[in-house]
Design a protein around this ligand. Structure first.
Ligand code: HAM
Length: 420
């Protein structure tokens, strides 16, 4: 039971415990490997950014900006600051500020925590982690396709199957402006079907109404005019080429006409990867093109495209698929008696210099209790140093996971056997 004067973590903010970190490492290592296979370079942005950056990029009338940002005024200088709710805006800020596209295009990726004051549920936290990926300076659909194919490869390498790719094109700003009017007129004709949220959004952000989860509005939204029908030739061609590239790459997709994404900076391609295995929070990654954002934030006009993966959701999915990982050492070094204790410290160092991972038993105790700890450590071997071993200058090696006899060995033989 928690004591009254004990601290607890804040709602929606979680510790990631040592038993979980090996699987996190696996996820992060595989993501890093795949991203570098596609030529993406890592960038690390601050967690705190100016509030206005997100108002201008993500959009004033989005859920994130309207109600989910951890924003405050710095008591020392009055600056308006925010814990970043997402990574794209900060990445664009850094690209402009550091002139990163001076010599041409850039493929960047980042990993780290994001913060949104959302209702907490499975797969939805207030601090969560994303791997994000942003490509600057490419206007063709080949880069949109490349990012989607990269994700398909990532799921395969992580052992995740059965995730559905949904894609759509939301056109360019002028095409969306025409669609916006068509959609408002349509929703006004069906005003009796609209819930309070939809009524509030009708003029501020009517496209988001299409995203509604309200069962009473599904049929009406399904029958709404399609954005695709308002697209001009160039946007249409971009989308068709993307579809063709995905088909050629063998990546299956579903065109979801109601997919608009919850952030305002997108144009043309938008996409999400969705699973049915996580309940309501089934989107494990989302992204799209944002060709006007760099200019809007003060840079020179630069086409861009990116996505972010929700790592907690992918982690849950890996568990769901039975993917495991462990951080067990090669050896647990048992040492009984004063002389053995003295020698064990240097032996452990020598073994580590040979590339082995070694947990040195510390704190004394009987042979039996030390062997119990060796078992619990998950190590493949117990290396045992008792009085007899010290006297003969040897070490006893006992396999803990596989069948096999305990054997007396010289130090170099220990290294050989463990590495074999
Ligand atoms: P987003 O769709 O807001 O896009 O977030 C991307 C992913 O982050 C979601 O699909 C989900 O997996 C995860 N996520 C979002 N909120 C939470 C939460 N409260 N708890 C757990 N996971 C969450 C973006 O953030 C864009 N910046 C993506 C992007 C990059 N677009 C272009 N470049």
């Amino acid at each position: 039971m928690s004591q009254k004067n004990q601290f607890q973590s804040i709602k929606g903010f979680y510790d990631i415990l040592p038993e979980a970190t090996p699987l996190w490492f696996k996820l992060e290592d595989i993501a890093r490997k795949v991203l570098s296979q596609y030529g993406y370079n890592n960038i690390r942005m601050p967690l705190v950014e100016p509030t206005e950056l997100f108002v201008r990029s993500v959009g004033e009338h989005t859920d994130i900006v309207e109600k989910e940002m951890y924003a405050w005024e710095d008591q020392l200088n009055g600056d308006k600051l925010v814990l970043r709710p997402e990574g794209t805006a900060g990445c664009v800020r850094a690209v402009i500020e550091q002139n990163l596209t001076y010599n041409g295009s850039q493929r960047l990726w980042y990993i780290g925590p994001m913060f949104r004051h959302e209702n907490v549920q499975k797969g939805r936290q207030r601090q969560f982690h994303q791997v994000g990926c942003e490509a600057f300076g490419f206007d063709g659909p080949d880069v949109d396709a490349e990012q989607i194919v990269l994700l398909a490869r990532l799921w395969r390498e992580l052992g995740i199957t059965d995730v559905e790719l949904q894609i759509n094109s939301i056109g360019d700003a002028d095409e969306r402006a025409i669609y916006r009017q068509t959609l408002i007129a349509y929703f006004e004709q069906h005003a009796d079907c609209l819930d309070d949220e939809a009524k509030r959004r009708l003029h501020a952000n009517p496209l988001r109404i299409l995203d509604t989860k309200n069962p009473r509005m599904q049929a009406m939204c399904e029958a709404a005019p399609k954005l695709m029908d308002c697209l001009g030739e160039a946007s249409k061609a971009h989308f068709e080429k993307l579809c063709q590239l995905l088909t050629d790459a063998g990546v299956a997709y579903v065109v979801n006409h109601r997919l608009v994404r919850g952030l305002d900076y997108y144009n043309r391609t938008v996409f999400e990867w969705v699973t049915t295995k996580l309940g309501a929070q089934g989107t494990i990654a989302g992204g799209g093109r944002y060709d006007t954002l760099v200019e809007k934030l003060g840079g020179k006009s630069t086409p861009a495209c990116g996505f972010a993966i929700g790592l907690e959701r992918v982690f849950l999915l890996m568990q769901e698929y039975g993917v495991t990982a462990n951080n067990a050492p090669d050896l647990y070094l048992v040492n009984v008696g004063e002389l053995a204790e003295e020698k064990a410290f240097n032996i452990a160092e020598t073994l580590r210099s040979e590339g082995l991972s070694v947990v040195l038993h510390a704190g004394g105790g009987s042979f039996k209790s030390q062997m119990k700890k060796a078992d619990r450590s998950g190590a493949r071997y117990a290396a045992i140093l008792g009085e007899d071993e010290v006297a003969s200058g040897e070490i006893s090696l006992k396999p803990l996971l596989a069948q096999g006899e305990q054997q007396r060995c010289q130090l170099q033989q220990v290294v050989q056997k463990v590495k074999d």
